[in-house]
Write a protein that binds this ligand. Structure first.
Ligand SMILES: Nc1ncnc2c1ncn2[C@@H]1O[C@H](COP(=O)(O)OP(=O)(O)OP(=O)(O)O)[C@@H](O)[C@H]1O
Ligand SMILES: [Mg+2]
Length: 358
């Protein structure tokens, strides 16, 4: 089952929350939507679930048009489940009853489960999957934020929907449980073969889990691509800085050669996007930067170490170059002191390797 949004626009009064969204979620695909707060991620999910109607454009699920500016199919008539950012639990139902309710009311629940009395078994399974086996009688008021989030997750996955919409489903969990649930969601994806649309503002989560990532900014899609493409070949300055925190060096592009503004140091193109070139930018990721003691006679980019943070397996430096600050991540053996003047040279092996795997 594939889902397609064509030219979707959504306005709240005069405010344009989504602009010209064209997107297809393929059958069985795990698609992450990544973007900063307020960029329209939840609005997009609510349109797909049927809680909002588009101002313009159409949505097709399984080749059936479910929404246009005049007519929308209600949520219960779409084979879709949603995990809400705000949990949206009912105060009068306990944990088990939440899942039971979803099973009873989801129109597309596998009917053979009902016939064979397998619903109870399915509820047990799902409770176990999300680690709430011992909490089935608890009311929402008696649960922590993370536990509520897991009820919301259990309720959505129990009926095995064909399209599962997840709005930051792990944001309230601690680091360990988050990793565990990442694996559970991936396992679930493999088992159910549902298409998943997974909203997050955590780039690590998107890169680790998704088949493709949609990067949004200000109600628009900036780039769609595999995690490798998004990480190593960002198309826009926003994607370059938002995913992987690239430093954007200014200079001038002449075909395949970049000349750094100020020093005239040149770097070769390794697949930098046209848009970045037109803006005369060269993105360099923190882990692509090499620092060394300056060699007096050489033309080098010089900077001053402003901060150094110990991060376990590496140091994170912030470095001032001509009034702008860049970030560099270096192995522990390469240690520089605050206030030290250092030379900056990029190393593009990772990008070149990435080019080979793309
Ligand atoms: N019902 C509404 N009426 C007016 N404005 C709205 C409404 N719902 C959302 N918005 C606005 O639309 C924009 C997008 O909101 P949305 O909830 O989709 O953002 P988001 O990307 O999910 O952000 P977050 O990461 O903070 O959850 C925001 O500026 C928000 O204030
Ligand atoms: Mg949101």
């Amino acid at each position: 089952m594939s889902t397609t949004l064509s030219n979707i626009n959504k306005q709240f009064g005069k405010f344009q929350a989504l602009q010209d969204i064209d997107l297809t979620i393929n059958e069985g695909e795990f698609l992450a939507i990544l973007g900063p707060s307020g960029c329209g991620k939840t609005t997009l999910l609510r349109l797909l679930a049927g809680f909002e109607s588009p101002t313009n454009g159409t949505i097709e699920i399984d080749q059936k048009e479910v929404a246009n500016a005049r007519k929308v199919t209600p949520p219960e008539q779409r084979n879709v489940s949603m995990v809400f950012q705000s949990f949206a639990l009912w105060p009068h139902l306990n944990v088990r009853e939440h899942i039971q309710f979803a099973m009873d009311h989801h129109r597309f629940v596998d009917l053979s489960w009902k016939e064979k009395g397998k619903i109870a078994e399915r509820i047990e399974d799902v409770l176990h999957t999300v680690g709430l086996g011992d909490f089935e009688k608890r009311m929402p008021g008696e649960l922590s934020g993370g536990q509520k989030q897991r009820v919301s997750l259990a309720r959505a996955i129990a009926p095995e929907p064909k399209l599962l919409l997840m709005d930051e489903p792990l944001s309230n969990l601690d680091a360990e449980l988050r990793m565990e649930m990442r694996h559970e969601i991936q396992k679930l994806h493999r088992l159910t073969k549902a298409s998943i649309l997974y909203v997050t503002h955590d780039q690590g989560e998107a890169l680790a889990m998704a088949d493709r990532i949609v990067v949004m900014n200000g109600g628009e899609i900036e780039q769609i691509g595999t995690p490798e493409e998004i990480y190593y070949h960002p198309v826009t300055p926003f994607v370059a800085t938002f995913v992987g925190k690239a430093n954007l060096f200014k200079g001038t592009w002449d075909e395949c050669l970049f000349q750094h503004q100020g020093t005239g140091v040149t770097w070769e193109d390794y697949g930098i996007s046209q848009q970045l070139k037109e803006k005369n930018l060269f993105p360099i990721r923190p882990e692509q930067i090499h620092l060394s003691k300056p060699v007096p006679s050489e033309n080098q980019i010089l900077g001053k170490v402003i901060t150094r943070q110990f991060q376990g397996k590496e140091y994170h430096y912030s470095i001032e170059i001509d009034g702008t600050v860049i970030v560099a991540h270096l192995p522990l053996q390469e240690k520089f002191e605050i206030g030290e003047t250092i030379a900056i040279t990029p190393q593009f092996q990772t990008a070149k390797q990435a080019e080979m795997i793309l």
